[in-house]
Design a protein. Structure first.
Ligand SMILES: [Zn+2]
Length: 199
């Protein structure tokens, strides 16, 4: 029996997309490998949002941003579509990660993250520091006055090491992505379990 191995060529833009959405589709898939149906569906939605916002922008440009002293009705929709696109692409950014340890695969151009034992050790260190946080509660009205406790300061340093260890992209440099339940946290927690470092 012949086994046919499909070389992964990026899927063509779906017919739901117009010019600008299709352009975004191609440019994202040139940089990232997205193969799961869920990820592609999110990408499609982001591209549809791009189509809408560009078409609204063209109409606003034609009519002028103000009509009889009032802001163009489409301004709000244009902004909403842009925000939707950003949000969807952010979601995709996390879905791009292969959320389980993989051994011995070349990283190449894929977005799979290699979870080394070193990374798991750093993760557990970060977790211990998070759990021993003794920060004063943050006053939401004066959050800029908040001084992180020594554990949180140390955790940031470990976070940078972990980020480098995993070879993550700069936009993953957000501590919040490591909050319990978030994909990166789950992936490392699963890896720690696999290594029997956590119950
Ligand atoms: Zn703290």
């Amino acid at each position: 029996m012949t086994k046919i191995v499909a070389l992964s060529t990026p899927p063509q833009p779906p017919s739901s997309l117009a010019e600008h959405g299709a352009k975004l589709w191609r440019s994202i898939l040139k940089q990232y490998r997205i193969e799961d149906a869920g990820g592609l569906a999110i990408l499609e939605q982001a591209c549809i949002a791009r189509d809408r916002s560009t078409s609204y922008a063209a109409t606003i440009k034609r009519d002028g941003a103000m009509i009889r002293g009032k802001p163009h009705a489409l301004l709000r929709h244009e902004r909403e579509e842009r925000l939707a696109e950003v949000r969807l692409l952010q979601r995709l950014g996390l879905n791009l990660e292969a959320l389980h340890p993989s051994v011995g695969r070349p990283a190449g151009k894929t977005t799979r993250i290699e979870i080394s034992e070193g990374a798991v050790a750093l993760f557990l260190e970060m977790e211990a520091l998070r759990q021993s946080c003794c920060c004063e509660p943050v006053d939401p009205k004066r959050y800029w006055l908040h001084e992180p406790c020594a554990h949180c300061v140390a955790r940031r340093k470990v976070h940078i090491d972990l980020h480098n260890e995993l070879g993550l992209r700069p936009w993953f440099m957000i501590l919040g992505l490591w909050a319990p339940g978030k994909p990166l946290w789950k992936a490392l927690q699963a890896a720690a379990k696999e290594l029997r470092l956590v119950p």
